[in-house]
Every structure is written in C-alpha cells, then in structure tokens.
Ligand binder design. Structure first.
Ligand code: HEC
Ligand code: HEC
Length: 196
C-alpha cells in the first residue's frame, strides 16, 4: 500500500513539474479583459480601448460600477459593459488591484508642442484640482481619474459622452468646467495629456 501511495505521490509531483500547462489552464485573472486592455493595461493591441495601467484601484472600481449600474453606457463597445456585468465584485476588486499596479506609460502619440503648452494652462485652470498625474502621491485620493498618458481618441470620446448624455456627469463641478471648454480647448488638452 505504502509503495503505491508513494508512487502516486511521485507521479503527482512529476506531473506538476512536467506539465506546468496544467496550472496555466486555470483562467488568468485578466481573461475577458486582456483582449482589449492587455495584461499590462496599456491596451497596445486595441487602440480603441482606454489605457487603464496605473489608474488607482478605487477609480477602476468606480468606473466599472458606473458601467454596471448604467451611469456610463457602452454604446460604442457593448462587450465592455456586457463583460463587467458578469464579473463578480471580488474579481473586480482583484482586477482593479492588478491594473493599478501596472506601470503607466506615455500614450506614445504624436502631439503638437504649442497646443500642448496651451492645454497645460487650461488643465491648470479648470481640471488639475481633480485630475492629478498618475505618479502624484495623492492621485488615489483625487476625485478625478488620471488623464495624463491616456489616448486622445478615448479622451475625445469620453468628453463627448459627458456632453451628449451617454455618461452621467457624476459631479456638477466637472460639468461646470466642461461648459467652459470648446472643441479647440479639448484638442489642446488632448495634446497636453499626450505630452506626458
Ligand atoms: C471588447 C473590449 C473590452 C473588454 C472585453 C473589456 N473592456 Fe474595459 N473598456 C473598453 C472600452 C472600449 C472602454 C470605454 C467604454 C465606454 O466608456 O463607452 C472601456 C472602459 C473601461 C474602464 C474605464 C476606464 C476609464 O478610464 O474610465 C475600465 C476600468 C475597464 N474598461 C476595465 C475593464 C475590465 C476590468 C475588463 C474585464 C473584466 C474589461 N474592461 C473588459 C473595452 C473593453
Ligand atoms: C470637481 C472635480 C473635477 C473637475 C474640476 C474636472 N473633473 Fe473630470 N472627472 C471628475 C470625476 C469625478 C470623473 C469620473 C466620472 C465618471 O466616472 O464618469 C471625471 C472624469 C473625467 C474624464 C473621463 C476619464 C476616464 O478615464 O474615463 C475626462 C476625460 C475628464 N474628466 C476630463 C476633465 C477635463 C478636461 C476637465 C477640465 C476642463 C475636468 N475633467 C474637470 C472630476 C472632475
């Protein structure tokens, strides 16, 4: 009996050593998200998805719950809302921690220096009180989501969404500021955030 169980134990160990693929067949945490956002949150393979690397976990969770409860609508990419609707709270917490721990990088998009300089001034005047840089020590306590290093296409889309009602403005204070920017200002801001 003893020999048999020993053999079993050895063969079990051997299996685990020889077939690490067994462990990998467990779905990874980011399965269901990584096709669009990447494992590292930089969404390099899907240029229409937002960068979520280095976004504080609390902001990631808030955003996901906004999609879940309809405060944010996914008219452009319904699969995003569909996916998070079927993701457990526990998994959302783990995903938020995972993506928050990833390194934020520049969006590597071209930008215009003069426009970026103008955008920096607009940001300082209207947006910086709530939207801190991703590497600011107080970023997780800020009201807004870090915008530096986010892609232009997503920033334009998100701002448009608040303006045309596909996203609820969660804060009147931000709605107030958005009324003060026109489309030229938005381009300047997009260039500034790309200069990060
Ligand atoms: C089919 C592609 C796709 C899949 C799958 C997907 N997302 Fe998204 N995600 C998007 C797009 C596109 C948006 C922007 C949607 C919008 O606002 O209309 C987005 C938005 C987000 C945001 C908000 C980002 C911000 O800056 O506010 C977070 C956080 C997020 N996704 C996390 C996840 C997580 C976690 C998963 C997996 C459980 C996931 N997504 C699955 C494409 C996807
Ligand atoms: C009083 C605080 C406040 C001010 C000021 C503010 N915002 Fe926001 N902003 C927020 C909050 C809170 C959110 C998250 C809302 C949500 O989850 O949809 C947000 C979300 C955003 C988003 C979406 C980010 C993402 O990743 O999905 C963009 C883009 C944005 N703000 C741009 C701006 C710009 C540009 C200005 C200045 C003209 C500005 N905001 C001023 C609080 C603010």
């Amino acid at each position: 009996m003893r020999t048999i169980s020993t053999i079993h134990r050895y063969s079990f160990v051997a299996l685990c050593v020889l077939l690490p693929g067994l462990a990998a067949s467990e779905p990874a945490l980011t399965t269901g998200c990584q096709d669009c956002h990447g494992v590292d949150g930089l969404a390099a393979e899907n240029l229409d998805a937002p960068v979520i690397a280095g976004m504080p976990a609390v902001h990631i969770e808030e955003a996901i719950y906004a999609y879940r409860d309809g405060a944010r609508q996914c008219r452009y990419e319904p699969l995003m809302c569909e996916t998070v609707l079927h993701t457990s709270d526990e998994r959302i917490a783990n995903l938020a921690e995972h993506y928050a721990a990833q390194k934020r990088d520049s969006s590597k998009e071209d930008y215009d220096e003069a426009l970026a300089a103008r955008g920096e001034k607009i940001h300082a005047k209207l947006c910086s009180q709530c939207h801190l840089k991703p590497d600011d020590p107080a970023v997780a306590d800020a009201l807004g989501i870090p915008l530096h290093g986010q892609r232009g296409v997503y920033l334009r889309y998100a701002l448009q969404s608040y303006q045309d009602g596909r996203r609820e403005n969660l804060l009147d204070a931000m709605a107030e500021k958005l009324k003060q920017v026109d489309s030229d200002d938005i381009e300047a801001l997009v260039n500034y955030y790309a200069s990060y």
